[in-house]
Design a protein around this ligand. Structure first.
Ligand code: NAD
Length: 261
């Protein structure tokens, strides 16, 4: 298949899963806007490498997914520079681990803003162009935590369940316009997000680092393996293919069997 001539925007695309999705879409020929935080020079290099290796157009946007105005500016710039967004990947996300009674209110607000509300803001701005073209793909990176809970992750679990609900609702609203809207729900993938939550998980559960990896992360997944970023990238490419044109409103688990239990 080819995504040549399509424009993709990936939020949280400067690291981990989002970067793998951006690379996978570009490898199929899509021009890619890569949103994310981090060092601007390193991010510019990421986009340059993708542009060169895949012979596509690519640039980075540092828009903060907590800020609806910044999101609107990012969407307008993308349209001006690369044309209507055909493939929207809502992937930006953060995590915080602590008992609910100690959960900082600002962390709750930040997680809901980045992991859930940002997708509402991008979707409402992208849908009109997709409807006009009669083709669009919206892919939301949810999580196994959109289907099941784990203790000490109140905001994350709530945001991911919300993202699954947003996905289904928008899928119904766009089903007759050639637009599909789906979640990919990874299990544990070894990225900075997972690595950075280990100290708080050790504290919340009274475990060593090795116990967190073996008895919390890998124990959740019957395969006893981490999912890889490239496996999520491949799923995103599949959802953009004609073979997936009747898949909409779905929540596709790539979680080593976690949520089958
Ligand atoms: P990561 O930390 O490697 O990447 C997160 C990305 O989000 C980075 O590009 C970062 O710059 C960006 N980001 C964070 N805050 C932002 C903000 N305010 N504005 C703009 N961008 C922001 O993490 P990851 O594991 O690749 O996570 C990507 C997505 O996958 C998240 O939505 C996460 O919830 C989801 N997910 C991850 C796992 C896992 O095990 N790693 C499992 C299930 C779901």
């Amino acid at each position: 298949m080819s995504l040549a001539g399509k424009t993709a925007l990936v939020t949280g695309g400067t690291s981990g899963i989002g970067l793998a999705i951006a690379r996978a879409l570009a490898a199929e020929g899509a021009d890619v806007v890569i949103n994310g935080l981090g060092d601007p020079q390193e991010n510019a290099q990421i986009a340059d490498d993708i542009a060169q290796n895949c012979k596509v157009k690519s640039y980075t946007s540092p828009a903060d997914m907590c800020d609806p105005d910044a999101i609107a500016r990012m969407m307008a710039e993308a349209k001006e520079r690369l044309g209507t967004i055909d493939i929207l990947v809502n992937n930006a996300g953060i995590q915080h681990v602590s008992a609910v009674e100690e959960f900082p209110i600002e962390k709750w607000n930040q997680i809901i803003a980045i992991n859930l509300s940002s997708a509402f803001h991008t979707i409402r701005l992208a849908v009109p162009g997709m409807k006009q073209k009669g083709w669009g793909r919206i892919i939301n990176t949810a999580s196994a935590h959109s289907l099941v809970a784990s203790p000490y992750k109140a905001a994350y679990v709530a945001a991911k369940h919300g993202l699954a609900g947003l996905t289904k609702t928008v899928a119904l609203e766009t089903a007759q316009a050639g637009v599909t809207v789906n979640c990919i729900s990874p299990g544990y993938v070894w990225t900075p997000l997972v690595e950075n939550q280990i100290p708080d998980t050790m504290k919340a559960r009274g475990l060593t680092k090795e116990q967190v990896i073996e008895d919390v992360l890998l124990k959740a997944q019957p395969t006893k393996q981490f999912v890889t970023v490239d496996q999520i990238g491949a799923m995103a490419v599949f959802l953009c293919s004609d073979a997936a044109s009747q898949i909409t409103g779905a929540n596709l688990s790539v979680d080593g069997g976690w949520t089958a239990q």
